[in-house]
Design a protein around this ligand. Structure first.
Ligand code: HEM
Length: 376
């Protein structure tokens, strides 16, 4: 046992864990409040631990704030291992974000990415995260509920509620990344000493308003219109729900599970996917040869062994590659004058983010067409 978690600095926890591993080896124990924690620092050992103790690690600890955001844990990432989790994960992976479903809504995500590319101002210093985040969130929402037609003629552009949703995800990511004393001392939960839970509850209501309103609109649009088909993921979810209603199985039991699945797709990967795009662009501006390496490494970053491995890999890969490829295909990115050295320092939140956001200047490539012709 090497010490007490509260003495470590939360922004750089991952680095401090790595330093401790240098001194104590790849596996050691820490104490945080009344909870012992085991830190495993080598990928090989992590794989061994996760595989050998599948049942122990098949339910993840749900931080108080994450539960608030997930309809009290009624969503794939927060559900304990068991039949509800297995059924929801199966619906998500095999139906909602299956290859077939994602192929079918390709035009929707491409429309939203193209709309985002058009908003990038050539020659102006551009926050890479913001630009990519808009495209990632808007294209995710376009695939999810943009099949009723958006601002672009065929493929849809920014879907309804995109701006509100983007803002809400930004706020959610900050709250999820903040250490909450209630997680270490569950008895203090009801006092919400840092006020994080109150903020999360308000924000969760905003998410729920958007999701509920989208579902209600869709149900209204479908009323009395037999055979009307929306080519988006929400429609697939409604069909699954219809089947469940008929057989009396899982999703009919709880509207929360249904909304949890919508939330999974809408919020699951936007921040990590955009963060990876920003890191990839940083690496690229540093050394062009790393491009291939960056894309190849995606699998290793997102995928891990064990039962709770990321279920959104399929979607994340397509989105990230398409957004990144469109940014690189449409523009040549250069660092602002006088900035030669790139900053690679990171801070820990839900994912490791850049301390200094990447700002680069886009110069249009003379290729005629904005966006990217390659299909992902
Ligand atoms: C590049 C983008 C992404 C990264 C880096 C990422 C990373 C991860 C990681 C590290 C895990 C935990 C794995 C484990 O505990 O073994 C996870 C789980 C999960 N991810 Fe992702 N993810 C990404 C994109 C997405 C997307 C687009 C979705 C949307 C569907 C998504 C939904 C989920 C869900 C629902 C879980 C929980 C799975 C379970 O507990 O069964 N992720 N992700």
């Amino acid at each position: 046992m090497v010490g007490y978690l509260p003495f470590l600095h939360s922004d750089s926890l991952h680095r401090q864990f790595a330093d401790l591993a240098e001194a104590h080896g790849p596996i050691y124990k820490l104490k945080a409040a009344n909870k012992p924690m085991i830190v495993v620092s080598s990928p090989a050992l992590a794989k061994e631990v996760i595989q050998a103790h599948k049942s122990t690690f098949s339910t993840r600890l749900a931080p108080v704030v994450a539960k608030i955001f997930s309809y009290d844990g009624n969503e794939v990432a927060m559900l304990p291992y068991g039949p509800d989790w297995a059924a929801m994960r199966k619906v998500l992976a095999r139906e909602v974000i299956s290859n077939q479903a994602l192929d079918a809504c390709r035009a929707l995500r491409e429309g939203a990415v193209l709309a985002g590319i058009r908003e990038i101002r050539a020659g102006e210093p551009t926050g890479v995260f913001e630009a990519a985040f808009k495209m990632v969130v808007d294209s995710t929402l376009a695939m999810l509920w943009g099949g009723g037609g958006g601002s672009e003629s065929e493929g849809g552009g920014a879907p309804i509620f995109a701006a509100e949703y983007r803002q809400a995800i930004g706020e959610m990511t900050v709250l999820l990344g903040r250490p909450n004393v209630s997680d270490a001392f569950p008895l203090l939960t009801r006092f919400d000493l840092q006020g994080i839970q109150g903020q999360a509850t308000k924000l969760a209501k905003r998410f729920d308003c958007i999701i509920t309103s989208v579902i209600e609109r869709r149900l209204k649009d479908l009323e009395g219109k037999e055979g009307m088909v929306f080519k988006d993921l929400l429609q697939i979810l409604l069909q699954v729900q219809g089947r469940a209603d008929a057989t009396g199985r899982l999703l009919s039991d709880s509207f929360l599970h249904f909304k949890g699945l919508v939330l999974d797709v809408a919020s699951g990967g936007s921040d990590p996917a955009t963060t990876l795009i920003e890191w990839a662009m940083t690496e690229l501006l540093n050394d062009e040869k790393v491009m291939t390496k960056v894309v190849q490494e995606l699998d290793q970053v997102v995928g891990r062994s064990g039962r709770r491995v990321c279920v959104g890999l399929n979607l994340a890969e397509r989105l990230m590659k398409y957004v990144l490829a469109s940014m690189l295909h449409s523009f040549e990115w250069k660092l602002p004058d006088g900035e030669e050295k790139l900053d690679f320092s990171d801070k820990l939140g839900v994912v490791a983010k850049k301390v200094k956001p990447l700002v680069a200047i886009p110069f249009p490539r003379r290729l005629g067409k904005l966006g990217c012709e390659v299909q992902f």
